[in-house]
Structure formats: structure tokens, C-alpha cells
Write a protein that binds this ligand. Structure first.
Ligand SMILES: *Cc1c(COP(=O)(O)O)cnc(C)c1O
Length: 360
């Protein structure tokens, strides 16, 4: 038999991404708090728009996403020509790596940073380089110290996942200022809407050639299953990404739902307000159970246990009751559980579960 070809360098070093679990054998009433999804689901407006769009599923979608870009631009006060839409922001991250790095290039990310940065860097043949964080927060000095002549891309999520911590505006500017020419700072704003008075770096991306911001419909807008994200940057970068993205990357259904969702400002405002209230309840409840956490600017909280054994035991106990959270071992937090902020009943059920685990 003739052998199959060898994959490109780097690909076999990629560890398979594990999504948040959604099932427990033998338990029917599941509360999924493992993937930072919206506890209220998708807005009604998006469901109606998606249903209507199924009427034209035999037609190819448009290739320029003009209508969705116009809606995003209107809501965020941006230039629609500088927006690029992708199959989740994951695709935008992937396209950035495909376009700007290859063998010999370095992609910088932080110690507990989102796993997709290293995966996409390796997929492009580049070398992901990890720098330390300080107290579970992005450390600008460590990042700047990690930059070499080979660095082309620097990824930070702000707020960060899985820590939920926010890097302040001055520090982000300092990072952007400190990077050498030819190096792009990518600000992943998947959770930006959940932080108070924060534009997710869109303002910086508006004014700086070397800053690119990404956003998603998967978290606040409840459309994780449809896969829509977008990025904002200079015309030059957007032009590059458009050349390599699939022309029909977003389906009619996804485009229609995302446009309706982003225009539904009431839904977004209600979800953000509720998240703020429930997040505070969750952190307070956890603290009462002797589980500290950092102030979170996102829709999840990282609860710190005494050690890995405790986190593992609590995780298993919650699972047996149908409550699924994330044990972020692969993010360097074996002694923590990342818990998505639920609705009021969800937060109650989670806290009752942990209290019962403490008592057993
Ligand atoms: C969830 C998440 C994303 C978004 O992923 P999509 O592909 O848009 O669903 C991006 N970055 C971080 C840090 C995330 O947690």
C-alpha cells in the first residue's frame, strides 16, 4: 500500500480542543455551565429571522456579508468596510494566523490564554510562545519582554478566559505602543460586552494600524451553535483576511440570525444587566462556601479550590447532580473550576450543589 502524505509541520503537535461537556449519563435535568453560553438562549428576534432564512437555504449566501456588517457598524459606530465576519471568532483567529505567520514566526499569548491561539499558530506552522501572567491577569511587561524579532502576532483576551480578569485601558495602550513595527496586537473581545463601560478595544483598533479586535455572537447573543464572529481593524488587514476566507463561510441562516441579534439592543441590555447581578450573587455565594475568585468582567467566574483533588471531587459531585462546570486543567488551573453565570435559578442550583458537596 502506498503511504498517505505527511501533514505540514506543527499540525501533529496540536492537541485536540475539548469543548465543554453537555451530557451526563443517566441524568436528564442538565444545567450546563461549562461553555459560557447565554442562560436565556438566543433572542426571539434571531430565532424568527433564522426561521425565515430557511426559506432560502437552496440559495448561496452573499459573499460580502454587507447587511450584517452594516448592522454591526451601526450598533458600534464603526466603519463597515473595516469589519470582517467569520465562522465564530475562532475563524478570525485562524485567518489571522494563516495570513501572518508561518514556520520561523512566533505567536505570543499568555500563560492561561485561550487555547485557540496556540492551535491556530501551530496550524500555520508557527511557534506559539507562552508568557507568564501576574495574579491571573495579563502582564504587559512579561508580554513585551517575550517579543523577539520573530514575533508577528500577540493575542490577549480582554476580559480573559478562563480567569475573567480585565486588563485596564492604559495597560492595553502601553502594550500596543511597545510592540515593534510589523507585529499585530489582537484583542479578543469575546466577553467585552459583560465588562462595564468597555468597548473591547474597538476604539484602539479604529485608530491604530497594529491593533485588531475580534468579537463573537456566541456568548452574549446566544448564537454559539450558529457560529458567527467578526473582527475589526485596518483596511489593509481586513483586505488580507477577506482574500483567504471562504467566500460563502457564513450561511443564510447564520447571517440573518446574527443581524437580528445585534440589532436587538433590548435583549443585549437585559442579558448584560442580569449577568452583572447574578455574577455578584455567584461570587458572594462561592466566597461564603470558602471558594475565593477574582472579580470577573465576563459571564463566568473562576472558583479557586484548596487543591486539584478538591476541584476534581467537587466537579464530579456537581456532575452527578446534572450540573456541568469546566475543570480548566488544560489552561493551567487544575485547582479551579470555571463556572458560567446562570440565571437566578441556575446560580441557586449551582450553589446548593457546592454546599451539599461541602457537607458530605
Ligand atoms: C468563546 C470564546 C471565543 C469565541 O469563540 P467563537 O468561535 O466566536 O464561538 C473567542 N475567544 C475566547 C477567549 C472565548 O472564550
Amino acid at each position: 500500500m502506498n503511504a498517505a502524505p505527511t501533514p505540514q509541520p506543527g499540525i501533529m503537535e496540536i492537541e485536540l480542543y475539548q469543548g465543554g461537556a453537555s451530557k451526563v449519563d443517566g441524568v436528564t435535568d442538565i444545567l450546563k455551565l461549562s461553555s459560557n453560553e447565554n442562560p436565556y438562549g438566543a433572542p426571539e428576534s434571531a430565532r424568527i429571522a433564522a426561521a425565515e432564512a430557511t426559506q432560502v437555504m437552496h440559495l448561496y449566501p452573499n459573499t460580502d456579508h454587507a447587511s450584517l456588517r452594516a448592522a454591526i457598524a451601526e450598533v458600534h459606530d464603526l466603519d463597515p468596510d473595516r469589519i470582517v465576519c467569520g465562522v465564530g471568532s475562532d475563524e478570525i483567529i485562524h485567518l489571522l494566523c494563516q495570513a501572518y505567520v508561518g514556520p520561523g514566526d512566533e505567536v505570543l499569548h499568555t500563560e492561561h490564554g485561550f487555547l485557540m491561539y496556540a492551535i491556530s499558530a501551530r496550524a500555520a506552522g508557527a511557534t506559539p510562545v507562552k508568557v507568564p501572567e501576574r495574579d491571573r491577569t495579563v502582564d504587559v511587561d512579561a508580554l513585551l519582554a517575550g517579543v523577539t524579532e520573530a514575533t508577528r502576532l500577540v493575542f490577549i483576551a480582554n476580559p480573559a478566559n478562563p480567569t475573567g480578569t480585565l486588563l485596564n485601558g492604559q495597560d492595553v495602550v502601553r502594550l500596543a505602543d511597545g510592540l515593534p513595527d510589523g507585529c499585530l496586537l489582537v484583542l479578543d473581545g469575546a466577553y467585552a460586552e459583560f465588562a462595564d463601560d468597555f468597548d473591547g478595544g474597538l476604539g484602539l483598533a479604529q485608530h491604530r494600524e497594529n491593533v485588531f479586535a475580534t468579537r463573537t455572537f456566541s456568548k452574549l447573543y446566544g448564537l454559539g451553535g450558529l457560529r458567527v464572529g467578526w473582527g475589526y481593524g485596518s483596511r489593509a488587514v481586513v483586505d488580507v483576511l477577506n482574500r483567504i476566507r471562504g467566500p460563502f463561510n457564513l450561511s443564510n441562516v447564520a447571517l440573518a440570525a446574527a443581524e437580528a441579534a445585534v440589532r436587538d439592543r433590548d435583549f443585549a441590555a437585559r442579558c448584560v444587566a442580569d449577568n452583572t447581578v447574578q455574577r455578584a450573587r455567584l461570587r458572594k455565594g462561592l466566597a461564603g462556601l470558602n471558594l475565593p475568585s477574582d472579580p470577573s468582567a465576563a459571564n463566568f467566574v473562576l472558583a479557586r479550590f484548596a487543591d486539584e483533588a478538591e476541584a476534581t471531587s467537587c466537579d464530579a459531585f456537581l456532575k452527578s447532580r446534572g450540573v456541568i462546570v469546566r475543570h480548566p486543567k488544560s489552561y493551567g488551573f487544575p485547582d479551579c473550576l470555571r463556572i458560567t453565570v446562570g440565571d437566578a435559578a441556575g446560580v441557586d442550583r449551582l450553589l446548593e450543589g457546592i454546599a451539599a458537596w461541602r457537607e458530605q
